[in-house]
Design a protein around this ligand. Sequence first.
Ligand code: PMP
Length: 364
Amino acid sequence: MEPRDLSDHSPYVPGRGVEEVARELGIDRSSLIKLSSNENPHGPSPAAVETIREHASNVNVYPKSSHADLTERIAELWDVSPTQVWVSPGADGSIDYFSRAALEPGDRVLVPDPGFAYYEMSARYHHAAVETYELSPADGFEQTAETVLDAYDGERVVYLTSPHNPSGSVVPLDTVEAIADGTDEETLVVVDEAYGEFSPVDSAIGLLDGRDDVAVLRTFSKAYGLAGLRIGYGVVPEAWGGAYARINTPFAANELACRAALAAIDDEEHVDETVETAAWARDHIETALDAPTFDSAGNFVLARVGDGAAVAAAAQERGVIIRDCTSFGLPNCVRISTGTREETREAVTRLNEVLATLDRGVEA
Ligand code: PMP
């Protein structure tokens, strides 16, 4: 017996890990600068680490009150009701929850191309088909209402990403509203704000007050530095609240993740420092890298370097791990996550050495 036909399902391609690369190059991991997965270079909030230690001996018990406490705290943060908050294992988990709650077999979803791969993967697992709207490097990967609505043809879920991965472009709230207004009543517009803390644009959660057709994704993986714990959430319209209990994997968000997220939310200093460093590093990459870059509101910068795979491979030889964007359909680009100031300066210096030695086939 074999699995069902999964030939339509593409595996997720993550950024390369430090251990993996250090082993491959036979070098110490501490000499590597990892800027491939948009992680927090300051690590987790110290308050979250302390809480994890404190609660480590309770992991024999299913997470119940920690999950309820976190849901309430997030609801308070955004001034929504707790039933509107769908805590999940990473924002990825909420993408699955939206698929479960919204999609019937044969439904279609509309996703950006290039874009975050998991929208499409999750839709396919849930027996839906996938359509795309094309974002163009020529206009900075702007997600305009026109671009999305021209491609829209009654899909059940439309994904917007603000800031967009891998380009860092943002979707202003009036654009989200125009898209939600321009789609059918039975279409849910999902605004993925995994990188929202880094962006000056207000959260689309504010739109949920008056509408039942917009949902928002948020995560503790990025600005809060808890990627390894897998904790995120969706915020849904009031009318969707009751669905959570019917589609949620039991106890999917684990005890330590819920406790750590609770501590991290209140560690504003850590988030502020993270956001400040990302803004500095973005600016440094955009000005000091010898390659054209796209304006980014995330904790990463997309750069046009010619042969992205060759540049990423040569950078890795010099101890800098960045993301070759071939899997995003952008083979001439790399995505560079923002590191600490020291890491970012050093990475840009080494990347410029790489760019100077490669025949890149593009004008810098
Ligand atoms: N959305 C976007 C745009 C992302 O880039 C990511 C992570 N790379 C996620 C969602 C999922 O984040 P997580 O599951 O770690 O919360």
